[in-house]
Design a protein around this ligand. Sequence first.
Ligand code: NAD
Length: 247
Amino acid sequence: MDLRIQDRTAIVCGASRGLGMACARALAGEGVRVTLVARRAEALEMAADRIAEATGSRPAFVVADVGTAQGRAAVHASSAETDILVTNAGGPPIKDFTDLTLEDWERALDANLLSAVELIRTFAPGMRARRFGRIVNITSATVRMPVARLDLSTSARLALTGYVAGVARQIAEDGVTINNLLPGTIMTERLAELGATADALVARVPAGRAGKPEEFGAACAFLCSEQAAFITGQNLLVDGGLCTLTI
Ligand code: NAD
């Protein structure tokens, strides 16, 4: 399917590896002019090289921490008129709830809630004025099936889910959609780093395997397509059927 987004522009956050990079690559493959965002120039250089090799088109990049106001301002300054915005940042640490400090909470809410809220607030007005916009937030399957000990992640992402539910409807008539993509057990570097825990997680997936980052990227590209214009305010699981109770 031709997604009809060739020559559109996209900003993809948290894109030096993993799911963000997979989304960037899928969009670049559709002829979208992509800007990658992450915190380290070296990692971004490598990601841009890999995407260029795969698609023939080398993305630009911005070094920024989207968990900070300064980082978000740099992202906005780099391409204020973007057509597509993919929000994403690394997941917060896994800790027992009694060990979570106020600082842990502030960091998690900055990275996994306020980054998306603030980027949407600053990018959406231009999209509305131009009558086209696609916003995809990478959240988590924990929104549908909370995971004990992932309390920071679940809480921040549920708050973002609630925010998007309202805002998506407020801008729907202007040709701007906002959807959340919920990964579950996709084999990125982050999951692979969990070793035996990753194996145990994969064993629970009804599809019998971990998801591939490119499968997640393809879902993202579709939500950014011309054809997805009537899909907004949704939460799409990409989890191989994980979020269910099996008896
Ligand atoms: P990852 O750690 O492999 O990649 C995260 C990317 O974001 C990296 O490029 C990193 O450099 C960048 N990044 C992190 N913090 C940033 C910040 N503050 N500002 C800018 N860039 C930042 O993670 P992943 O597996 O690709 O997952 C992406 C998101 O999806 C995470 O929030 C993760 O918790 C969530 N998630 C993933 C899965 C999965 O199955 N992989 C499941 C549930 C939720």
